[in-house]
Design a protein around this ligand. Sequence first.
Ligand code: SF4
Ligand code: SF4
Length: 424
Amino acid sequence: MIKQSNVMVKVRPANEAEAFQVILKPVGSACNMACSYCYYVKKNGVGSSCRNSMMSERLLELFIRQYFRLQQGNLISIAWHGGEPLLRGIEFYKKAVQLQSKYAEGRLVGNSLQTNGLLVDENWCRFFQENHFLIGLSLDGPEHIHDRYRRDRNGQGTFSRVIHAMRLFQKYNVEFNVLATINDYSARYPVEIYRFFKELDIRFIQFIPVVECLPQMPKKGTQAQTLPPAKRTDKLITPWSVKPDDYGRFLTAVYDEWVVRDVGRYFVPFFDAVLGNWCKENASLCVIAEECGKAPVLEHDGSFYFCDHYVFPEYRIGKIGKKNLSELMFSESQKRYGLQKSGLLTSDCCRCEYLFLCHGECQRNRFIVSSSGECGHNYLCEGLKLFFRHTESSMRFMRNELVHGRPAENVMWHRMGTLAKESL
Ligand code: SF4
Ligand code: SF4
């Protein structure tokens, strides 16, 4: 299960089209919740939570026809995101599955969908199970952590409703994983959060740092406008954003527990992606890939954007219906956005011993001044370095095991041995 930022596919010219994944926003940013830290719902000019931000079936068919024609592999992936994508209603997704069969020509289709869980009921679960949807459930951890920011429009916590959705997924054998944010509050409880997920038998746990800037704090009952990446500065960072060193400490605390007990049993995509970079494989998360990936966004009205975090009018690449999908996907703008990730590194990044693991991290987080006084350095740098340094020896060990055809899980014995020696 992925969020936009989890797919890395290298940008290539149109005539070398290869597998890529588009994130569909069938209701734009419309949502039935009002999380304080949401980066999507408050965007100016795009996907306001108005009722008419609904993707039409006509646009859906146009997209599926062109998208399936462009795909060259045997597996075609589609990711559904919001806002809250279930607001589009189950009939829309039934239609989508019909259209997918119509245009698949025998190829497999994988649907993933990110939901806050509030609308999930037995009908949805039957549909997801029958059609093999992979669901990402947004759950930040135990109740005091989840309800800190994930509240509904009446200000009520949503924890018990999300847990109810999760129980329904388990009852109906719907495949799911969780996406948990690391914010200023949850960053204090890494081990509590990780153990909480394990106790729920959740095997795939994706952690996403909250890094948000606002020009001014919203008044009660209102929502401020999220700033486009180019206008972000560290002076505008919101109080709910995670601090860089807290981010690093959170990841290392979870890693320390994972690496002695859970390798091969529980999966934290960021750890796998860092190990992938140690092994010189394509990073499985775009945030630490060399280039930004082919995981563009198609908004409810057909507008096409380079990335989920760049859905602002100034970054719009074009509109399906006016241009066809291959023109948009392999346009010069799309290529430029993809390549500028490695082209716009600060000199601190270029000299950094961890550049091969980090690649300057996500472009949208590059808004602080580096130690040598350059603008455009990554806000999370300090935490990332802390994590890379802390995990270096065990990552090297896992890489060595994999290179010699042995399982990475052997690191658990190695780590336990090291810890035992250290305690003598
Ligand atoms: S750790 Fe910091 S300096 Fe190194 S590549 Fe990442 S962002 Fe750049
Ligand atoms: S800007 Fe690049 S690295 Fe960041 S989320 Fe988008 S595609 Fe991923």
